[in-house]
Design a protein around this ligand. Sequence first.
Ligand code: NAP
Length: 251
Amino acid sequence: MKPPIALITGSTHGIGRATADALLAQGWSVTGIDREASDLRHPNYQHVELDLCSPEVDRAFARVYQTLQPELTVHSAGIGIMQAFWASSREADQRLVALNVGATYAITKVFAAEAMNRPTPQHLILLSSLAGLSATPGMALYAASKHFVSGLAKSVHAELAVDAPWARVSSLAPPPVRTQFRQHSGRAARSKRIRGVLEVDVVVRELLLLHRRPQLDRIPGRLHRWIFTYIRPLIPSRMLLRRVYLSAKSD
Ligand SMILES: NC(=O)c1ccc[n+]([C@@H]2O[C@H](COP(=O)([O-])OP(=O)(O)OC[C@H]3O[C@@H](n4cnc5c(N)ncnc54)[C@H](OP(=O)(O)O)[C@@H]3O)[C@@H](O)[C@H]2O)c1
């Protein structure tokens, strides 16, 4: 029997890499997309070097998707800016929008169009963030881009439920996760470990669960889910956001 096929963006580091490792261990055939070469060596792993910010992303991604016809696509590549909105450079802003918004648009567009042409089970999981569900001062543009991701997932999921019910869109909205995301977002690594940061294997476990039971804006980590859903709404918003911003500035 042929192994099921997965396509993962942002597969050289962090959540994307850990997802690739987990799926390969479960017998999947995995193709990773990243702008860098990968050091992942496995007989069932193929790597495609592609800068998802490039203007060619639509056509290049469509080619890969049509060739593979994956059962599962995980769009993990993403970047942050950990600075006040007024302080970040236009170049950094544009890169963030090109990747978090532009590439998410291109990938979801290809997925939805292909789903209409190919009536077989296929699932797109988009990586959003808690910042995609709430205001996040100190990461304003990132939060806006992840609201795009979460919003697109919800509406396209509802459209495909009618037009192509064999296709599903899910979204995962993690709190901070222990990866190199912070360094890739232009901040130095923390000198000491802080509490409340999820380990990447917890996120991957929930992502694989999401593949079995599609869901939108799933928050990984039981405690984080509970705090965000039940405790956070009890805190006066102005006080909470001021606190979040001041701690982001001093972090
Ligand atoms: N870590 C967190 O705290 C956290 C929390 C909530 C949500 N998320 C979301 O989860 C996703 C994964 O984050 P992560 O923690 O795994 O981040 P990460 O460790 O920084 O990994 C991101 C991956 O995306 C790749 N990438 C970046 N720009 C790219 C481009 N233009 N084309 C192709 N690939 C590109 C990176 O490759 P390079 O190494 O070449 O840059 C890297 O392999 C992101 O969408 C992020 O917004 C993360």
